[in-house]
Design a protein around this ligand. Structure first.
Ligand code: NDP
Length: 480
């Protein structure tokens, strides 16, 4: 059976201690490969390789670094189908989603940052007749990039590409639950001829391989995407070492539907924003607030759409809902469904595990689930479920819906549906969310700052924000 390897100092190598972990296919519940169960020794070797590679990599002109990154992007495009199949097998998402969203975006991440670094200019402040001040942005050094399982290659490359473009060298860890495409990426980096040690990929668990990355004194900054609890633990470890931190954490995003919206478009997109990737996207809008005058109409149309979301083997082109990522995660989501009943919710759709036939008999499938009648401040409406579960709640006034939308500890993303542009802007400015979409969802321009407020994170990624994160500003003043 396939044994994935770490990518250290330009080579694929087994873990130092020789231990491996089973990697399961969520659609079948079967082991389909093994991944290195790396530890502090592997991280130490990866960091030493990254430190050795740093001087030459940071000296390389941005254009030359960029050329290598663009070449990686081209190879991802060349291997799109193979990578999409691998992502679907490893994560449980429909292969059609991996083919149209995850893998193209991973290619764009490398292409975008490969060229962005060439447009990254630093500032000059001229004091007439007195002094010239200019800013130099030095690469931060060796950085750690740690990513979650929901959009495996998409989020892994969203961190690695800007770090490399900025002239940093990297020690990266994908989620132990979805390591496969990160391994395939290391093969592409070897094919491209990325210099040894510039990127090092260490596989393993959070405590076993992630924590040593956070603790290693040679790693100067950490870009982390994952759960808020893990983010807390990382901040606790890294803060006393004065490491630079970018934390992209959980969300509980409101989707606000005003009566004057384009209802057909709102329903179509709300189905996606509720259930894409089985609701396992940090940006999914799991709390849908609907202005009372159109509540019943929205509910009828939305439930009709939910009935069309075929839960099926993710390898099938007809599959609209694949498997959840693991048995443990499925059980967590089922607990929230039980809680929704206990908190007085009325089940409108779904709510049950799905048992499929054939190769998927033991897969982790769940019906897309919709509740109504839950209080806006109940636990189901405040805590991140990260699965195919949404709540519908009617509202009467703008003030009321703003209070509810802002009434969680999270502040990642929000969606507003209305034809009244004045209202759209007014509401957007009052939402405590790092990202607000008006009459759209998941529309991404890689130049825009990306990140959350409150417990959804610290710092911003994307575009120049990412290049600023991975560099350190130095101010130089020349007396005239
Ligand atoms: P986790 O926080 O469990 O894990 C994220 C990554 O951190 C994994 O690689 C994990 O390894 C690793 N890790 C775990 N513990 C430690 C540790 N002590 N030190 C270093 N690394 C560690 O998140 P999930 O993978 O469960 O992802 C889901 C979460 O991610 C959700 O809360 C979701 O909202 C959030 N997310 C946020 C996004 C954003 O942009 N704001 C985007 C996507 C997801 P391992 O998996 O091997 O345990």
């Amino acid at each position: 059976m396939l044994h994935l390897q770490n990518y250290l100092n330009g080579q694929l190598v087994p873990p130092a201690a020789g231990r491996y972990l089973p990697n399961l296919e969520p659609a079948t519940g079967e082991v389909f490969s093994y991944l290195p169960d790396s530890d502090a020794e592997d991280v130490a070797r990866a960091t030493a390789a990254a430190e050795a590679a740093l001087p030459a990599w940071r000296r390389l002109p941005a254009e030359d670094r960029g050329r290598l990154l663009v070449r990686i992007s081209e190879l991802i495009e060349r291997d799109l189908e193979r990578l999409a199949q691998a992502e679907s097998q490893d994560n449980g998402k429909p292969v059609s989603l991996a083919r149209t969203v995850d893998i193209p975006r991973a290619a764009s991440n490398f292409a975008f940052f490969g060229t962005a670094a060439q447009h990254f200019a630093s500032e000059t402040h001229f004091q007439e007749g007195v002094a010239l001040n200019y800013t130099v942005r030095h690469p931060l050094g060796v950085v750690g990039c740690i990513s979650p399982w929901n959009l495996p290659l998409y989020l892994f490359t969203w961190k690695i590409a800007p770090a490399l473009a900025a002239g940093c060298t990297v020690v990266a860890k994908p989620s132990e639950i979805t390591p496969y495409t990160a391994f395939l990426l290391s093969e592409l980096c070897i094919e491209v001829g990325l210099p040894a040690g510039v990127l090092n990929i260490v596989h393993g668990t959070g405590p076993g391989a992630g924590q040593p990355i956070i603790e290693h004194p040679g790693i100067k900054g950490i870009s982390f995407t994952g759960g808020t609890k893990t983010g807390e633990q990382i901040a606790r470890t890294a803060a006393p070492m004065f490491k630079k931190l970018s934390l992209e954490l959980g969300g509980k995003n409101p989707n606000i539907v005003f009566a004057d919206c384009d209802l057909a478009e709102t329903v179509r997109t709300s189905l996606r924003s509720s259930f894409a990737n089985q609701g396992q996207i940090c940006l999914c809008g799991s709390r849908i607030f609907i202005e009372r005058s159109i509540y019943e109409q929205f509910k009828t149309d939305f439930l009709a759409g939910v009935a069309d979301l075929t839960v099926a083997d993710p390898q099938l082109e007809t599959s609209r809902q694949g498997a959840l990522v693991s048995e443990a995660h499925l059980q967590k989501v089922l607990c929230y469904i039980a809680l929704a009943h206990a908190e007085g919710g009325t089940l409108l759709a779904g709510g049950q595990r799905v048992m499929l036939d054939g190769r998927c008999t033991n897969g982790y499938f769940l019906q897309p689930t919709v509740f109504e009648g839950l209080a806006p401040d109940c636990r189901v409406n405040r805590e991140e479920i990260f699965g195919p579960v949404v709540t519908l709640t009617p509202f009467d006034t703008e003030e009321e819906v703003l209070t509810w939308a802002n009434g969680t500890d999270y502040g990642l993303a929000a969606t507003i549906w209305t034809r009244d542009l004045n209202r759209a802007h007014r509401v957007a400015h009052q939402l405590h969310s790092g990202i607000v979409w008006i009459n759209t969802w998941l529309h991404r321009d890689l130049r825009t700052p990306f990140g959350g407020m409150k417990n959804s994170g610290v710092g911003r990624e994307g575009g120049l924000e990412a290049l600023r994160f991975f560099t350190e500003a130095q101010s130089i003043t020349v007396k005239l």
